[in-house]
Design a protein. Structure first.
Length: 191
């Protein structure tokens, strides 16, 4: 789930940007975190976070000195079914009565693994619990945006979260404790 957000860190995985640290911002209209889990062995259930914002400070000369931060309210979760959303927001899971319950990610390290790939380690705070997570990140494309006429980049990342580690383990193992997370974001230099 948190991830939420997070994919912006992918920018740190490549040498595609300026030679000095540059601040990039996520395009909230094209940044999503999709998660899924197994429901009682019968089906795979999906959810999503979208419309969030984040920031990357990217250093081409020293990618390990780059950083990413993302934060958004857990109540921005989309489940496709109102009763499921309300259950997730209840005391059984997040206990999120308003937008003060946040999902946050802050990178703590970057290991470049290929020309367009990296492992990005960071602290994910979910349900008031902070744990380290690793994102397997890929730069999908970097070039001038054909409609915006300025530099643009796309990134993807994946990770697996164990929900019981974030005090969200109700119904495990019948509802899978592992949650698969897929992140896709676009980013552009801040103006």
């Amino acid at each position: 789930m948190k991830p939420l957000f997070l994919a912006a860190a992918l920018a740190a995985a490549t040498p595609a940007f300026a030679s000095e640290a540059t601040v990039y911002v996520l395009d909230p209209s094209h940044s999503q975190v999709v998660f899924h889990y197994n429901h009682l062995g019968y089906s795979t259930t999906y959810g999503m976070f979208s419309g969030f914002e984040g920031q990357i400070s990217w250093n081409k000369e020293d990618p390990a000195a780059s950083s990413v931060t993302v934060s958004f309210p857990v109540r921005t979760m989309l489940t496709g079914w109102e009763a499921r959303f309300e259950h997730f927001m209840s005391g059984d899971f997040f206990g999120a009565e308003d937008d003060s319950e946040l999902v946050t990610f802050s990178s703590t390290g970057i290991e470049v693994t290929g020309e367009t790939t990296a492992k990005i380690t960071g602290d994910l705070t979910l349900n008031g619990v902070t744990k380290p997570v690793v994102l397997d990140a890929t730069l999908t494309q970097e070039m001038d945006h054909p409609m915006e006429g300025k530099p643009w980049a796309g990134f993807e990342a994946t990770t697996t979260l164990t929900r019981s580690e974030f005090d969200l383990g109700m119904f495990a193992p019948y509802v899978s404790d592992e949650v698969e997370v897929y992140i896709s974001v676009e980013a552009t230099p801040a103006e």
